[in-house]
Design a protein around this ligand. Structure first.
Ligand code: AMP
Length: 189
């Protein structure tokens, strides 16, 4: 089972990923985490990534797709993957298809966590206070939401057309959201 967890910044992708991993034993690929790890280690890629992340902008597709190809290669023997934060653009979605296909795999479902903007802002501001995550400040949050609406949300229609999109009300309790996701995934099997 290969699943994309989709939604705006702060929509709960990370939280629900953890729970799905526990239940289904899937491998987690969070592109945001991969990039933050590079920043922590001060690699060349980390320096490039930081300049985009601090501005609330997306890392360019070519670079992001290359990164995904290499993390996917490391995960090639895993029975299933949760993609958290990838794809974020149509070219990335097309690349994901190709990268899975070349490994004899396919994408089964895209779980979309739907949360209103004002709630996303509240959650990110809270997270920023709790974790000190650098891009969870009011200025960058606004930019990230704009980027989400302009560049990422068109992916919903892209995946709806492929009959892969599962819309989930992400403005509920964590456990309730999780139960709904599990039910929907079981239906799709
Ligand atoms: P996230 O942890 O998923 O919220 O990602 C944090 C930041 O990393 C984003 O705001 C982007 O700057 C960058 N990023 C993560 N994933 C991607 C992606 N698939 N494409 C472009 N940029 C990304």
């Amino acid at each position: 089972m290969n699943i994309v967890l989709f939604g705006g910044p702060g929509s709960g992708k990370g939280t629900q990923s953890e729970k799905l991993i526990e239940k289904y034993g899937l491998h987690h690929i969070s592109t945001g985490e991969v990039l933050r790890e590079h920043i922590r280690k001060e690699t060349d890629l980390g320096k490039i990534a930081k300049s985009y992340i601090d501005e609330g902008q997306l890392i360019p597709d070519d670079l992001m797709i290359q990164i995904l190809d290499s993390v996917l290669e490391e995960a090639k023997d895993k029975p299933g993957v949760i993609f958290d934060g990838f794809p974020r653009t149509i070219p990335q979605a097309e690349a994901l298809n190709k990268l899975l296909e070349k490994r004899g795999k396919e994408l089964h479902a895209v779980v979309g966590l739907e949360v209103p903007d004002d709630e996303l802002v509240k959650r990110m501001i809270n997270r920023g206070k709790m974790t000190g995550r650098a891009d969870d400040n009011e200025d960058t949050i606004k930019k990230r939401l704009n980027v989400y609406h302009k560049q990422t949300s068109p992916l919903k229609d892209h995946y709806k057309k492929q009959n892969k999109y599962i819309s989930i009300d992400g403005n509920k309790e964590i456990e309730h959201i999780f139960d709904t996701i599990v039910k929907e995934l079981e239906n799709k099997k």
